[in-house]
Design a protein around this ligand. Structure first.
Ligand SMILES: *Cc1c(COP(=O)(O)O)cnc(C)c1O
Length: 381
């Protein structure tokens, strides 16, 4: 294996040097006024960047804990929840509901497609749902839901909390709570923020906080909004030890995002994704996600005839790039490539070039530079 391996799975994503350096800083006490100021700054910046009129939570944990935190603070046992599933992570919500004694109805899209806003509207009209979850980008399929159009539908259902799982989307795809009528959004540090794993981010608007207030004491302890809210207001207070170096790493990520601008960052992801996708199609891959719902943060690529999955990924690793395998019915038939966060043209050229080398070693002959050429043509437009 190469000394240097590019991590191109859909999370963790590459961590740029300036973010990585924050992880190596000398520790400070969580009550140190310097850290308190840094933590507060990150919380406030994130709230502003994503149009949140309520509270922003920055807490140690992964995306899965954020999924649990979301449902725990807006539902009680026996409530009806609508799950809009476009793949593997949508299905995880069903499992969480089962554990929590929530009654889950599932709208399931065929893999590579997304559930339409019209189907969602029809389902919501059947009964009162306490909450609805939508996975913005499902990592298993590479399909992106139209969360803005769904937000329009949600205006007709003010009793339902609109939850968006942004774990493979937030800070790559465009998202804004106020503009899109989203009530609760969450993500994790290791995806499009390009930070090491270990931090969850969760935005709850005023409507969500009002719902939490109606629930009284909830069974969950660590992920209770009421435990964390005073700390988010004043991080010099203690509830549980913050992940200090991760907070600094997130502060640097947020600084990069503010400098780039949210909309510019999305445009960069969009242009890069479409160029990558065109290049990979030119090399013989088929995209699982339909053209009208393709994510900008990752691509799920079905192999050309005759290319064997385990061998391809092993050779690609030898060539210095690690990607993820397909899930469920697509295990062995597809690989998953992340292209989100703080990546640039040079990274992508290197990735495509390694893919070309791996294809040639796996019996699928392609001219060297073919994918790279298509990519550069597109990205230079
Ligand atoms: C990665 C991911 C998760 C889970 O996040 P973890 O940090 O691995 O717990 C949830 N939802 C989506 C859409 C994801 O891509």
């Amino acid at each position: 294996m190469k000394e240097k391996t590019m991590v191109m799975i859909p999370g963790p994503t590459p961590v740029v040097r300036s973010i990585q350096e924050q992880m190596g800083r000398e520790i400070q006490a969580f009550g140190d006024p310097r850290f308190v100021k840094d933590y507060k700054g990150v919380i406030d910046d994130l709230g502003q960047l994503f149009g949140c009129d309520g509270k922003t939570f920055v807490v140690a944990g992964t995306g899965t804990l954020a999924m649990e935190m979301a449902l725990s603070n807006v539902t009680k046992r026996g409530d009806d929840v609508l799950i809009v599933s476009n793949g593997f992570f949508g299905d995880r919500f069903t499992d969480i509901c089962a554990h929590k004694g929530l009654k889950a109805d599932v709208l399931q899209a065929e893999w590579g497609q997304v559930v339409s806003p019209a189907e969602i509207e029809a389902k919501l009209s059947e009964k009162r749902y306490a909450a609805m979850t939508v996975t913005h980008v499902d990592t298993a399929t590479g399909a992106a839901a139209d969360i803005a159009a769904i937000g329009e539908v949600m205006k007709k259902f003010p009793d339902t909390i609109y939850i968006v799982d942004g774990v493979a989307a937030t800070a790559g795809e465009y998202e804004n709570l106020a503009e899109m009528n989203i009530d609760l959004l969450f993500t994790a540090s290791q995806k499009a923020f390009g930070v090491c794993p270990g931090l969850l981010l969760l935005w709850a608007n005023q409507k969500t906080l009002a719902r939490r207030a109606t629930l009284g004491v909830i069974p969950e302890y660590y992920c209770d909004f009421d435990k964390w809210a005073p700390i988010m207001d004043d991080p010099s207070k203690y509830f549980a030890t913050p992940a200090i170096n991760l907070v600094w790493a997130m502060q640097e990520s947020v600084r990069i995002i503010k400098e780039e601008g949210m909309k510019t960052r999305y445009q960069r992801h969009l242009k890069n994704a479409r160029a990558m996708q065109k290049a990979l199609e030119a090399l013989g891959f088929t995209l699982l996600a339909a053209p009208e719902c393709r994510a900008v943060t990752l691509s799920n690529l079905i192999y050309p005839q005759g290319v064997e999955d385990a061998k391809f990924r092993a050779v690609l690793l030898e060539e210095g790039v690690i990607v993820a395998g397909g899930l469920a019915a697509y295990a062995g038939k597809m690989f998953r490539l992340g292209h989100m966060g703080n990546i640039d043209i040079n990274d992508e050229v290197a990735v495509l070039s390694a893919i070309e080398r791996a294809l040639n070693q796996c019996g699928h002959t392609v001219p060297y530079g073919k994918g790279v050429g298509v990519y550069l043509e597109e990205i230079s437009k």
